[in-house]
Design a protein around this ligand. Structure first.
Ligand code: M6R
Length: 635
């Protein structure tokens, strides 16, 4: 396993093998299983899309197919499905996998499912087996031959070796010897009509049907068939037949898991007429922000309510320090939160990369609140930071989009962002809703601590409730963005500058551009520019400045002047009707007038759209950029 894994490092890590993100699905029931597996894999494609495979139990055999997926085609699993001879698969029990390989070539051999040497057992896996080398040596000594470069293959040989007539026992025995993370599904010709599953540190749900049951990494894969699900806990094993589900712990003790009802609309998991999920999700932001705020702003802006939060007001009142912890886009939301808490309520607030937090945690005690921000609730770095924070005595509050995800289950309380499923790998509506939730939290903390007076609270909440309408207006003023995207499509590098609250907006805009258009973009604090990056400025190095009106505006204007004086091209997100900026820069991307503190909610929108349109004109795979996956469930 790579010790410090970064999203861009997949190919650099190819020396070792492992499946990190990946989507898994399994079905047992009376219907033909192939279309269920393929449909599910299509919806799980966001978890990994370099290869896919399915296998089906029928007539005492396991029939399978797997293949690498085209990195250029937009319809990866769909294309794989079209190459299959459906007539070959008529069984009603099966498992499927879509892979996101971190190491080991994404080829047919390494794709899942993996099989025992006698062909009687098959397995799909999401996670990493950290001690696979050791296990491989042990198995090889006992005559097992390995066909793939993956860590996963040890699991299927172990299960085969330990099988004594009970698949669940063999799986439990195998997982006892394993170090690492896993969500697995296993089938065997010895036990037709049964799937055995297990989970540790990788997400896995069970879908409950009538005369049929499912396993999946995530609910969109099965929502078409059932809305009733169990979320497996770390260390759970599950045995599924068409009529029965039994969940056990290591040692065989039966446990019960709560049945959750999925409440989102099935259409939400589809593109809804947009060419890409990302565009749909950008346009959903006004509604998504409204959903985050819904029911949380009291009548007449009399305060904020989170319902039964799980952390008491009395505790929050006494809390002395807030540390935001997150990765990527969610980290940028934390950056805005840090300034809001410091600036508006004078609280000791900081923000940390989750990937650093575990190794260099800040000083925390029983009066500290750690706010873990995560769209998926499954990002392993953030999850590990949550565990570390709890160990250090802090309370943990998750700001999360995915119901009952691991981070929410391990935190003391959760503020759900209610953004709906975010499928595009580039995070957009999740970011906006994380910001909205963080502002609510800040206002609520400020009031509890007596740092925000009733008049200010009313003003903040009124303005916040106006944001969905203003976000809608921002989206309507985007014609120019497409033209800019055309004009700058061939640039090789971009500088993104912001200050204060929009320091994070600049970073977020740069992240969006690089992840989906593959243009290098550097986010930078505008005040820091004169300490180095200004040396790069010339007409071939355009700058995207974020300069809405507010405290930092005059400073931003000076920084922009410095660039213009050196023949730099400047595109600028600015307040509408700002004539001075219009005269100064090359292109204005306007946003409505809003307080500087809340401006990140609007200022990010033109940057998301700019990145989107540049990626489209460059012919990039917008929803599934190369080397990335939606949730990063590995360190
Ligand atoms: O699910 P999370 O919010 O925890 O994910 C964190 C990052 O991996 C994520 O925000 C990533 O940076 C986005 N793809 C960026 O658009």
């Amino acid at each position: 396993m790579c010790a410090a894994y970064s999203l861009q490092m997949r190919s650099a890590c190819n020396a070792e093998s492992g499946e990190h993100m990946c989507g898994i699905i399994g079905y047992v029931g009376a219907r033909k299983v192939l279309p269920i597996l393929l449909g599910g894999l299509e919806r799980l494609e966001y978890r990994g899309y370099d290869s896919a495979g399915v296998c089906v139990l029928q007539n005492g055999k396991i029939v399978w197919e797997k293949s690498p997926l085209s990195m250029t085609s937009g319809e990866k699993v769909k294309h794989f499905a079209s190459t299959l001879n459906a007539k070959k698969f008529d069984g009603t029990t099966g498992i499927g996998h879509t892979r996101w390989a971190t190491h080991g070539e994404p080829n047919r051999t390494n794709a899942h499912p993996h099989f025992s040497s006698d062909g009687k057992f098959a397995l799909i896996h999401n996670g990493i087996i950290e001690n696979y080398q050791e296990l491989k040596k042990w198995l090889k000594k006992r005559g097992f031959r390995f066909r793939t470069d993956t860590d996963t293959e040890v699991l299927i040989h172990l299960i085969h070796k330990l099988y004594r007539g009970d698949l669940a026992k063999a799986v439990a025995g195998a997982m006892k010897r394993v170090e690492g993370s896993y969500a697995i599904g296993v089938i065997s010709t010895h036990e037709p009509g049964r799937i055995v599953a297990a989970r540790l540190m990788s997400p896995l749900i069970i879908g409950l049907g009538k005369g049929e049951n499912f396993i999946a990494s995530d609910s969109p894969a099965i929502i078409k068939f059932t809305r009733k699900v169990h979320y497996l806990e770390d260390g759970d094993f599950a045995s599924l037949t068409a009529d029965k589900i039994s969940i056990t712990r290591q040692g065989g003790k039966r446990v019960r898991r709560k049945t959750h009802t999925l409440t989102y609309d099935i259409a939400e998991a589809e593109k809804g007429g947009y060419p890409h999920f990302m565009l749909k999700e950008i346009y959903q932001q006004p509604e998504a922000i409204a959903d985050t705020l819904a029911g949380r702003i009291k009548k007449n802006f009399a305060g904020v309510t989170f319902g039964r939060l799980g952390i008491t007001d009395a505790w929050l009142k006494k809390c002395k320090k807030v540390v935001f912890v997150a990765c990527g886009t969610a980290y940028h939301a934390g950056c805005v939160g840090r300034y809001f808490l410091r600036d508006v309520i004078g609280l000791d607030a900081q923000v940390e990369f989750a990937s650093e937090f575990r190794y260099f945690p800040p000083e925390l005690d029983k009066n500290s609140l750690v706010v873990a921000v995560s769209q998926s609730g499954e990002t392993i770095d953030t999850l590990v930071a949550v565990r570390e924070a709890k160990k250090l005595g802090a309370k943990v509050l998750a700001v999360c989009n995915v119901q009952a995800s691991t981070i929410t289950r391990e935190s003391d309380a959760t503020i759900y962002t209610h953004a709906g499923p975010e499928i595009g790998v580039a995070s957009t509506k999740a970011y906006a809703t994380q910001l909205a939730a963080i502002y609510l939290l800040g206002i609520s903390l400020g009031e509890l601590k007596g740092k925000i007076k009733p008049a200010a609270r009313k003003r903040w909440l009124r303005e916040l409730s106006e944001i969905p309408r203003l976000a809608q207006r921002t989206l309507e003023k985007t014609k120019l963005i497409k033209q800019c995207a055309q004009k700058y499509r061939d640039c090789t590098t971009f500088l993104y500058l912001g200050r204060g609250y929009n320091f994070a907006t600049a970073y977020e805009g740069a992240l969006k551009l690089k992840e989906i258009s593959y243009i290098h973009a550097e986010g930078y604090g505008a005040g820091e520019m004169k300490h180095g990056p200004i040396a790069l400025v010339q007409w071939t190095y355009p700058t995207m400045a974020v300069a809405p009106r507010g405290k930092m505006y005059p400073k931003m204007v000076s920084n922009i002047e410095e660039i213009k004086a050196r023949n730099g091209i400047v595109l600028c997100v600015a307040s509408e009707n700002d004539r001075a900026i219009k005269a100064l820069v090359d292109h204005v991307l306007p946003i409505p007038e809003v307080s500087e503190e809340l401006s990140p909610l609007l200022a990010v929108i033109p940057l998301q759209l700019f990145a989107y349109h540049v990626a489209v004109v460059r012919g990039c795979s917008v929803d599934q950029p190369r080397n990335l996956a939606k949730s990063v469930t590995v360190e």
